[in-house]
Write a protein that binds this ligand. Structure first.
Ligand code: PBG
Length: 331
């Protein structure tokens, strides 16, 4: 009680603040999402994601070494697939010489210590821009699982450390765990996007991969709301997460980040495995746009948001800011 307690004593100067600081960030907290395209020496900018590029594999190798030097230890890979290779079932997703498989091998070749976590979902390979196989105007859960297993096993064969299912089909974690085990990959882990919401913040990511749901002459759902979660829901996030852990997930993820920190904390309080958070493309784009206008301070807002995500309970943060934040932290 005042005047015996004066909380401002612990905020008096930077040294005191630093010894009572409860949460600290380090480059090893970050995972860096990368977008890969065909070709050589390609570094194609993405207008809605300033500072992020679609890279060819040679550029990816340089990038991987650079971020490793900065202290970042994990990469999430997403591929921009040529339209000619897209179909309804995602056949290209398990091509042993597909872009994803080549990207995984290429990173491991130059940076074997880097933890490589390819995305497991059909959307970049789907002619309809959906994470599942479309049949009679619906997304077919169980048929999609067969495709996901083939995809994950081919990624494991290429050298993936973890596979990262982001599609929100029911039962995928168990099927992936069994599929990996029976193919001899019992030590390849699963990072599950367990509580992934149907968010409007994924727009710039879909620009990067040209992977938004498409209109077509057959009936195709216009959005992902039959598989991604309703952002009005909280208990459902816990149910999804606990189920994924029972099914064999090693790391669970909440996505998006900043607007969902109540969910992050709730999940953190209920599980005993690492919780990852995806600070998504729209969150990144808003900070870039606001700071370009001069309305907010880029670096301060970036560090505040990352710190708050960690404070909420994230052990790992997938963020397009990974490099910039690591550079600042290393200063
Ligand atoms: C697709 C996937 C998406 C993101 C990661 N994996 C987009 C979507 O669900 O439509 C979004 C990430 C971001 O916005 O940064 N499986």
């Amino acid at each position: 009680m005042f005047p015996l307690q004066r909380d401002r004593r612990l905020r008096k100067n930077q040294s005191i603040r630093s010894i009572v600081q409860e949460t600290r960030l380090s480059p090893a907290d970050f995972m860096f999402p990368v977008f890969i395209c065909e070709g050589e020496k390609q570094r194609i900018s993405i207008p809605s994601l300033p500072g992020i590029f679609r890279m060819s594999i040679d550029e990816l190798q340089r990038e991987a070494q650079e971020i490793y030097q900065l202290g970042i230890r994990a990469i999430n890979i997403y591929v921009k697939v040529d339209d000619r290779l897209k179909d309804n079932i995602g056949t290209e997703a398990w091509n042993p010489n597909g872009l994803m498989q080549k990207a995984i091998r290429a990173i491991k070749e130059v940076c074997p210590e880097m933890i490589v976590m390819p995305d497991v979902a059909l959307d970049p390979y789907s002619m309809y821009g959906h994470d599942g196989i479309v049949k009679n105007g619906k997304i077919e859960n169980d048929l999609t699982l067969d495709a996901l297993v083939k995809m994950a096993v081919s990624q494991a064969e290429a050298g993936a450390d973890f596979v990262a299912p982001s599609d929100m089909m029911d039962g995928r974690v168990l099927r992936l765990r069994k599929g990996l085990d029976s193919a001899g990959f019992s030590d390849v882990g699963i990072l599950s996007y367990s509580a992934k919401y149907a968010s409007a913040l994924y727009g710039p990511f879909r620009d990067a991969l040209d992977s938004a749901p498409k209109t077509s002459d057959v009936e195709v759902p216009k959005n992902k709301k039959t598989y991604q979660m309703d952002f009005a829901n909280r208990i459902e996030a816990l149910r999804e997460t606990l189920k994924d852990i029972e099914e064999g997930a090693d790391i669970v993820m909440v996505k998006p980040g900043t607007s969902y920190l109540d969910i992050v904390r709730e999940v953190k309080d209920h599980v005993h495995i690492p919780v990852a958070v995806y600070q998504v493309s729209g969150e990144y784009a808003m900070v870039k746009a606001g700071s370009e206008k001069g309305w907010i301070d880029h670096d301060q807002v970036m560090m505040e948001q990352l710190m708050c995500i960690k404070r909420a309970g994230a052990s790992l943060i997938t963020t397009y800011f990974a490099k910039e934040a690591a550079v600042l932290l290393n200063k």
